[in-house]
Design a protein around this ligand. Structure first.
Ligand code: AGP
Length: 436
């Protein structure tokens, strides 16, 4: 499974053939460009041609032709105009895309929710008649898939989250009576696409929440939705993750007949995030903590229920761009092994949010580690006598998963800066993981 591009030096002709890995062609006065997705082409092209598997692209000068690789038949070239919005990519005065994208979340949460109630009708009909709904994604998108499945279960839908790379065992159980919701920023992740292909061959219908317009996943979906967060350039996903969560929330509340209530929660969240980003003191606390963490090799992150995924995502964000070992756990796991790792001065971050019970569960784990002289860092809307350091984050209510992940995103950014890493381009990682 590969995509090949071949240049004939003598004639200057370029031939590309797609089989498994993504391929798009961009068109403009400047010429024809080939890439694995639209993102790197945005600055140079005004039209995009999406290439499907088993198609061959022939580029002669400024002429582009597409053929079926199987029959050799010439196919119609469909050019898609790029929207104005997607064309604008700059740092907007921020030193890095990552920090710009983190700050953008005060607006992107609203964009992700900017669907009308009616736009969910077909998907909801399908969800209601499905035996089971599976949500699936990879990496950060897998954690968003976890949050979306949780929202669906909250409104009585039998939903199960899967990780693309650990779903083989489930595939024989999924039939056309079920629905699969695929979550992806790029819509080009090989692990996710491979599963979707298997399921489509079994006639399973696919819904998707994708950030990149025209992606392979979107084109393979029966119910395609966009997270509408605008191009995400930084390799570490921030605004796409929170947008996917918001979309899942609106979907579940609409199933429950509470579309308007959801919009109010999101409007409040956007306002609270705006206030949070505007108040420099929160950033000062995080920058100070980043300076302290430079010397630490291991940090543990505890969460519960919605914040179990926040703990996983928060730790992943920090690993990705700081190369430090942060590990996320369910607070409940502590006594089953993790506590053996705690020693004097070990930093432990607890995500204290959600229901009273969930908060108490995390707090009691923090008390346990504090008794073993750990350094307790609490992410919460209110401070607590057990916190050595309090990282404020507004109460996001049912969307607390969005509010509480933001301090992790900022901490990872400030820590990367302290360590002199490039937060936008972490080592060994690619924005779109198009091969397994
Ligand atoms: C996120 O910060 C990571 N770069 C990575 O885990 C990513 O979420 C994963 O590769 C899936 O990508 P996708 O959302 O484009 O499918």
């Amino acid at each position: 499974r590969n995509t090949f591009v071949v240049l004939d030096h003598k004639t200057g002709m370029v031939i590309a053939i797609r089989q498994g890995s993504p391929l798009v062609a961009g068109h403009s006065k400047k010429g024809i460009f080939l890439a694995s997705d639209t993102l790197p082409l945005l600055k140079n092209v005004d039209h995009i041609v999406y290439v499907d598997d088993d198609q061959l692209v022939e580029v002669r000068g400024t002429d582009l032709s597409i053929y079926s690789a199987k029959s050799g038949k010439k196919l119609k070239v469909k050019k898609h105009k790029l929207s104005q919005k997607i064309e604008k990519i700059d740092r907007d005065g921020f030193p890095h895309f990552m920090i710009k994208e983190i700050f953008e979340q005060q607006h992107t949460v609203l964009e992700a929710a900017s669907y009308s109630e009616g736009e969910f009708t077909d998907l909801i009909k399908k969800i209601k008649k499905s035996k089971k709904v599976y949500t699936i994604g990879a990496g950060t998108a897998a954690f968003a898939a976890g949050q979306i499945a949780r929202f669906l279960r909250n409104v009585g839908i039998d939903a199960q989250e899967l990780r693309s790379y650990e779903s083989e065992n489930y595939l024989p159980l999924i039939s056309k009576k079920d629905l699969v919701i695929a979550v992806s920023q790029s819509g080009e992740t090989a692990d996710t696409l491979e599963v979707i292909e298997v399921l489509k061959n079994k006639e399973v219908e696919i819904a998707s929440i994708v950030n990149m317009i025209g992606s392979t996943l979107t084109r393979s979906s029966d119910y395609p939705f966009f997270s509408r967060s605008g191009p995400e350039i930084c390799v570490a996903s921030t605004k796409a993750y929170t947008s996917q969560i918001v979309w899942g929330y609106v979907l579940s509340k609409t199933i429950d007949g509470k579309f308007n209530e959801a919009q109010k929660v999101i409007a409040k969240l956007s306002k609270d995030l705006k206030k949070y980003f505007a108040d420099k003191k929160h950033q000062t606390v995080l920058k100070k903590l980043a300076k302290k963490l430079v010397k630490q090799d291991h940090v543990f992150v505890l969460g519960k229920n919605q914040h179990f995924y926040t703990a996983l995502e928060g730790a992943l964000k920090i690993k990705e761009i700081t190369y430090k070992h942060f590990e996320g756990f369910s607070a409940g796991e502590l006594k089953h092994g993790v506590i053996a790792l705690i020693e004097k001065g070990t930093p432990v971050i607890g995500v204290v949010g959600g229901t009273k019970q969930e908060q108490n569960d995390v707090l009691s784990s923090l008390i346990e580690v504090k008794a073993r002289k750990a350094k307790v860092i609490g992410i919460a809307d209110k401070t607590n006598e057990f916190f050595d350091i309090h990282l404020y984050s507004p109460d996001g209510g049912e969307l607390d998963a969005v509010a509480k992940v933001v301090p992790f995103q900022l901490l990872s950014y400030y820590l990367a800066i302290e360590l002199k890493n490039d937060p936008d381009k972490p080592r060994n990682l690619a924005k779109s993981v198009t091969v397994k």
